[in-house]
Design a protein around this ligand. Structure first.
Ligand code: GLN
Length: 257
């Protein structure tokens, strides 16, 4: 069994003061709470603009942001691409949400045609249509192929359309909602233990299986192979998940057959 008072995971939270649209900072709050419930230590380091990256990380988070917020961090984030890709290659779990996800791809091209270079952790590119084109907005229900994660729920609001290259697989398949681009039913991206997704909400408080997957990945990254986490129910998370799934089924966009 993994976890225990002597085990601590080191979480690096990238630009939380800037990249926090739709309460994405709820992800680090959910991680801390879940670690407490599991009896695992959680050291979270917020990395702001101009701050150095810690030497090591067991889990990396970055939230979403509007184009102007993305412009503020893109240059500095891209200057750290080498280390972030090294961490990803070394199976450091990552969760990059929406605008953060776009900047963890190869580039995000805005509606004005500005190309923000990404870290290329994911083999993915994102292009926003001309201003005024419909955004991808709404409640999402998707099925992830990541072991133990299953159904995921969240809320999306993005202009950018993301397309995966041969080096990336989708994090999930959209059942209700738009997902990466509203065309190919893909949602997010996967590279080793790194996850990109468009799901805000925030995501982790309503998706406990994903939260546990990230925590287990972080424990394994730091301490080597570990068994399953103790099975601890969270009735509030389960209720929030069920409610969000119902709303997505009732209101989420349905893919044309
Ligand atoms: N600015 C990006 C877009 O509009 C990401 C938005 C977000 O993070 N919610 O696609």
């Amino acid at each position: 069994m993994s976890g225990g008072p002597e085990q601590t995971i080191r979480v690096v939270d990238l630009y939380p003061e800037v990249m926090n649209v739709y309460a994405d900072r709820g992800n680090v709050i959910a991680l801390r709470a879940r670690c407490r419930a599991l009896g695992i230590g959680c050291e979270a380091t917020a990395v702001g603009l101009g701050d150095p990256l810690p030497a090591e990380a067991d889990l990396v988070l970055i939230g979403g942001g509007q184009d102007r917020e993305q412009r503020r961090i893109a240059g500095e984030l891209a200057s750290r691409a080498g280390l972030l890709r090294e961490w990803a290659d070394g199976d450091t779990p990552m969760l990059a949400v929406c605008g953060g996800f776009q900047l963890f791809g190869r580039f995000y091209r805005t509606a004005e045609g500005d190309e923000l270079i990404g870290t290329a952790v994911f083999d993915a590119v994102t292009v926003a249509p001309a201003r005024g084109a419909a955004r991808c907005i709404g409640d999402v229900l998707a099925q992830s192929g990541v072991e133990g994660v299953g159904e995921v729920v969240g809320f999306e609001n993005h202009a950018g359309r993301t397309y995966l290259g041969p080096g990336a697989e989708a994090f999930a398949r959209v059942l209700h909602g738009h997902g990466n681009n509203g065309d190919d039913r893909t949602e997010g991206a996967l590279y080793r233990e790194a996850i990109g997704t468009y799901l805000h909400g925030s995501l982790l408080p309503k998706n406990m299986a994903l939260t546990d997957r990230l925590i287990l990945g972080a424990l394994r990254h730091r301490y080597g192979d570990g068994g399953p986490l103790p099975a601890i129910d969270d009735i509030y998370a389960e209720r929030a998940h069920r409610t969000a799934a119902t709303v997505a089924r009732e209101r989420g966009r349905s893919y044309p057959r």
